[in-house]
Write a protein that binds this ligand. Structure first.
Ligand SMILES: *Cc1c(COP(=O)(O)O)cnc(C)c1O
Length: 364
C-alpha cells in the first residue's frame, strides 16, 4: 500500500448529482467527467452516475470518451472538444456526440462518417465571449446551413460557455446570454440539445429554461465560488502518513531555504508527499493537516516528495499516524478552497493535481 491515497466518496457524488437534478427539474444535468473526473476517476464516477440515472455524460477529449465506452458506459457521451482531425477515424466508431467548431473539421467528419456508413451527431460550439474555440455569433447561420448540407452529419445541439458566470450582471455575461438567446432561436426543431450553464451559471440560473446543463465541479462537491448556497458534499479526501516523527531543538531550521527557524523545542513530522504529486510548493507554510482530529501546520518549504508538519501540540501522535491533507476528520476540516487560496488558484486545479497523482479508494 502506498502511504498517500485519495478516498473518493461515491455517495457524495450521487448526492451532488441529485442536487442538480432537483435544482431545476426541467433541465437535464449532464455531469462533466473530464480530466479523469476532476481527479476522482472517470470510470468509477461515470459508472456510479450512470447507475444513478444520469442520462448523458460529458468529457473533453475523444480519448476520455473511448475509455468510458470500453468500461461499459453506454449512455450518450458528449465530447466538448470534439474530434481533432487526427482522431476522427477512430472517434466515429464509438457512438459519441462531438462538438464542432470548424467547417473544415465538419467536412472531414462527414467524409469519414460516409465511408463508415454512419450518421455522426454534432453539437455546434459557439463562442459568445470566451475567445477560445467556437463559431462567432455572426458565423452561426452559415455554419448551420453548411453542416446541414452534409449527408452524414446530424446537427442535434449547440452550446456556449460563460466566461464570468459569477457575475450575471457583468456586461460580458449579459452580452453572452443575449447573443446565445438570439442564436438559440435560429436552430431548427431537430436541433434541440441546447446548453450553456456550468456549475456557477446553474446556481445563478442563467438561461435556466434550456433543456440541458453541464455541472462539473459541483458534482465533486465543491462550489465554484467561495460563497454558495448549493447543497453539496465534497467527495475527495487526501490521506497520508507520518513516516517520521522527530524531536528537533529550538533554533533548528526546517527544509530548503530555511524559511522556518524553530521558536521552541518541537516534534516535527515528515509526510511523503510534495509538489511532484500535487502538494504545490506555493502551499509552503500556509497548509494544514489533521492528525488525531487536531489541526496541525506545515513548517518549511514543500519539497518534491516530502513535507514537514509541526506535531508539537499533538503529544499522543506516533509514527505512522494518518494525516488528512484535504477533507474532514471529526470536527476538523480542510477544504479545497483553503488549499486553493494558499496557492492563489482555484479548487479545480487542486482536485485535478492531487487526484490524478495517487492511488484511489472508493467508498459507498
Ligand atoms: C469544464 C466544463 C464545464 C464544467 O464546468 P464547472 O465549472 O466545473 O461546472 C462545463 N462546460 C464546459 C464546456 C467545460 O469545459
Amino acid at each position: 500500500m502506498r502511504p498517500t491515497e485519495i478516498i473518493v466518496d461515491l455517495g457524495a457524488i450521487r448526492h451532488n448529482f441529485n442536487t442538480f437534478k432537483n435544482l431545476n427539474p426541467a433541465s437535464i444535468p449532464v455531469p462533466v467527467v473530464k480530466s479523469d473526473a476532476y481527479g476522482h476517476g472517470a470510470i468509477q464516477v461515470a459508472t456510479a452516475l450512470q447507475a444513478q440515472g444520469a442520462q448523458v455524460l460529458a468529457v473533453f477529449r475523444v480519448e476520455e470518451a473511448i475509455q468510458l465506452r470500453n468500461a461499459n458506459v453506454t449512455v450518450p457521451i458528449w465530447v466538448l472538444l470534439g474530434a481533432l482531425d487526427c482522431e476522427i477515424d477512430n472517434a466515429i466508431n464509438y457512438d459519441l456526440t462531438l462538438a464542432c467548431w470548424s467547417l473544415d473539421n465538419a467536412r472531414k467528419l462527414n467524409d469519414a462518417a460516409k465511408k463508415a456508413r454512419i450518421v455522426q451527431p454534432l453539437h455546434l460550439k459557439i463562442d459568445t465571449g470566451m475567445g477560445r474555440l467556437g463559431f462567432l455569433p455572426n458565423q452561426v447561420r452559415d455554419a448551420i446551413a453548411e453542416i446541414n448540407s452534409f449527408s452524414s452529419l446530424r446537427l442535434c445541439g449547440a452550446f456556449t460557455h460563460i466566461a464570468k458566470a459569477d457575475e450575471p450582471c457583468h456586461p460580458v455575461t449579459a452580452n453572452q446570454v443575449e447573443q446565445f438567446r438570439i442564436i438559440a432561436n435560429e436552430f431548427p426543431a431537430s436541433c434541440n440539445q441546447i446548453h450553456l450553464a456550468a456549475t456557477s451559471a446553474i446556481e445563478r440560473r442563467l438561461m435556466d429554461a434550456l433543456p440541458y446543463n453541464r455541472p462539473g465541479i459541483g458534482i465533486y462537491g465543491i462550489a465554484p465560488e467561495k460563497e454558495s448556497n448549493l447543497d453539496l458534499i465534497p467527495a475527495m479526501t487526501v490521506k497520508s502518513r507520518l513516516i517520521s516523527l522527530k524531536d528537533i531543538p529550538k533554533g533548528h531550521t526546517i527544509s530548503y531555504n530555511c524559511t522556518v527557524t524553530l521558536q521552541r523545542d518541537s516534534k516535527i513530522a515528515v509526510v511523503p508527499i510534495g509538489y511532484s504529486t500535487g502538494l504545490q510548493r506555493a502551499f509552503t507554510n500556509k497548509m494544514k493537516g489533521i492528525v488525531r482530529g487536531k489541526i496541525v501546520h506545515n513548517l518549511g518549504t514543500v519539497c518534491m516528495d516530502m513535507t514537514m508538519f509541526d506535531l508539537t501540540d499533538v503529544p499522543d501522535a506516533v509514527q505512522d499516524d494518518e494525516i488528512i491533507l484535504l477533507g474532514k476528520q471529526g470536527n476538523a476540516e480542510i477544504t479545497a478552497w483553503e488549499l486553493a487560496s494558499a496557492a492563489n488558484t482555484i479548487p479545480y486545479e487542486i482536485l485535478c493535481n492531487l487526484g490524478q497523482s495517487h492511488p484511489r479508494t472508493y467508498l459507498n
